[in-house]
Design a protein around this ligand. Structure first.
Ligand code: OSB
Ligand code: MG
Length: 382
C-alpha cells in the first residue's frame, strides 16, 4: 500500500503531531452466549486496545485479532508485538497519517496490528477537529443497515428460535454459520420457516472443492450469498466453485488487501466482498476497497469481529463510505454483551436501522469503571 486514494488531501499533508501518552490494554468481556463457528467456539471477547491521550483528548483503537489463531493468523499477542516493536517506532510527530501508513507497508501482513493504530490515530485526528469520523472523510451521515451473525447451535430448533428473535428485532439480514453436518438441512429449515428473509450462510472455510456437489444443494434456498466456503487463504478454488454455483459467493478470510480484492474480482472468485476494516489494514484501506468494489459493480458490506463498542462504532462510521451497499455484521450491543465498555451502545430503531452516534471521532466514549471491570492488563508505551 503506497498510496491511499480514499483519504482527503489533508490526511496526506497534516502532521499527526505529538501525542502525550500511548497505552496498550487488554480487555475481556464475557459474551451473553457462546459464539460457535466451524473454526472455534468463543465464550468471550478478548481484545487488545490502543489508548492515545493528547491534551485532554482520548482516542481509541481496537485490534480485531483474537487470542487464538483460529480465524486469522494474527493474535492479540502477535499484534501487540508488531505494534510495539515495528509500528510505534515509525510514529513521528512530523509525519502525516498517510505517510505513516506508507512506512507501515514495510511490515508485511499484520494488517490487524496496523489497523489498530490507524483506527486510534483517525479517532484522535477527528476528535482534535471536533468532527465525527464520517465527516472527517466528507461522507454525509446516514442510518446504517443492521445484520446479525448467528453462531452454530446445538439443534435446528434452537437455530429457528434465534432466527425468530432476530427477525422480530428487525434485523435487515440474517447470517447463519454452517459447517459439515450442519448445513443443507439447517438452511432448509430456516428457509422453510422464513421464505422471504434475506438469509446468508458463513462456513469460515470448512469445505473443499470435493464438496462442490454438496454445496450446490444450497442453491435452491435463495441465499443472498455463501461466505468463505473454502480455505481461509484461497482465491483460485473459489473461482472454480463460483462457476458451478448460482448462489453468489462472498470472500471474508481470503481478502487481506486491495490486491486480494482485485484478484478475487478478476478471477470471479466471488460476487460479494466482506470488508472488515480491521482485517484489511484499517479504515482508509477499507474505504479504498469499497470504492474498488463500487467501480467493479461488486456489492460489499462491513464485516464484524464481535468487537467491543469501540470497534463497532468505527464499523458504523465506515459504512457511510460509498460502496457499502449491503447490510453488514452490525448488531445491537445486547446481542454480544451484558455490559459493553462504551456509551452509547448500539440499538436498532423500529425499522431495523442503526443511527450514527453524534459525538466526535468514533462517536462513543469508554466508561472508566466498566473498562476497569474487564481489564486484564494495561501498559504505558509512551
Ligand atoms: O467469519 O464473519 C466471521 C466473528 C468473529 C470471527 C469471524 C466472523 C465473525 C462473525 C460475527 O461472523 C460478526 C459480528 O457479529 O461482529
Ligand atoms: Mg465470515
Amino acid at each position: 500500500m503506497t498510496e491511499i486514494e480514499a483519504s482527503p488531501d489533508w490526511l496526506e499533508k497534516e502532521a499527526i503531531g505529538a501525542i502525550d501518552r500511548i497505552e496498550l490494554l487488554t480487555v475481556r468481556l464475557p459474551f451473553v452466549a457462546p459464539f460457535g463457528t466451524s473454526v472455534a467456539v468463543w465464550n468471550c471477547k478478548e481484545a487488545l486496545l490502543v489508548r492515545l491521550e493528547d491534551k485532554g483528548i482520548i482516542a481509541w483503537g481496537e485490534c480485531v485479532a483474537d487470542p487464538d489463531p483460529y480465524y486469522a493468523s494474527e493474535t492479540t499477542v502477535s499484534a501487540r508485538f508488531i505494534i510495539k516493536n515495528f509500528l510505534l517506532p515509525e510514529l513521528k510527530p512530523e509525519l502525516s497519517l498517510v505517510a505513516l501508513l506508507c512506512r507501515f507497508a514495510r511490515v508485511r501482513g499484520n494488517e490487524m496490528a496496523k489497523a489498530t493504530l490507524e483506527n486510534a490515530l483517525l479517532d484522535l485526528l477527528a476528535k482534535r477537529r471536533g468532527l465525527p469520523l464520517h465527516a472527517l472523510f466528507g461522507f454525509p451521515p446516514r442510518r446504517v443497515m443492521s445484520g446479525i451473525s448467528i453462531g452454530i447451535q446445538e439443534t435446528i430448533d434452537q437455530l429457528l428460535e434465534k432466527v425468530e428473535e432476530a427477525v422480530a428485532s428487525g434485523y435487515h439480514r440474517v447470517k447463519m454459520k454452517i459447517q459439515h453436518g450442519r448445513d443443507v438441512e439447517w438452511v432448509e429449515a430456516v428457509r422453510r420457516r422464513f421464505p422471504d428473509l434475506a438469509l446468508m450462510a458463513d462456513a469460515n472455510g470448512d469445505y473443499s472443492l470435493a464438496d462442490a456437489a454438496h454445496l450446490t444443494r444450497l442453491d435452491e434456498f435463495k441465499l443472498t450469498m455463501i461466505e468463505q466456503p473454502l480455505s481461509y487463504h484461497d482465491i483460485y478454488q473459489h473461482s472454480l466453485l463460483q462457476a458451478q454455483m448460482q448462489t453468489p459467493l462472498c470472500l471474508d478470510e481470503s481478502i487481506h488487501d486491495i490486491d486480494d480484492a482485485k484478484a478475487a474480482i478478476a478471477l470471479k472468485s466471488c460476487r460479494v466482498i466482506n470488508i472488515k476494516q480491521g482485517r484489511v489494514g484499517g479504515i482508509l484501506a477499507a474505504i479504498k476497497m469499497a470504492r474498488l468494489c463500487a467501480d467493479k459493480g461488486v456489492p460489499a458490506w462491513s464485516g464484524g469481529m464481535d468487537e467491543t463498542g469501540i470497534g463497532r462504532a468505527l464499523n458504523i462510521q465506515l459504512q457511510t463510505a460509498p460502496g457499502f451497499t449491503l447490510p453488514g455484521d452490525t448488531s445491537a450491543t445486547r446481542r454480544y454483551f451484558h455490559e459493553d465498555i462504551v456509551e452509547p451502545g448500539v440499538e436498532l430503531s423500529s425499522d431495523g436501522f442503526i443511527e450514527i452516534p453524534p459525538g466526535p471521532g468514533s462517536g462513543v466514549e469508554v466508561v472508566a469503571e466498566r473498562l476497569e471491570r474487564c481489564l486484564l492488563d494495561r501498559e504505558r508505551v509512551k
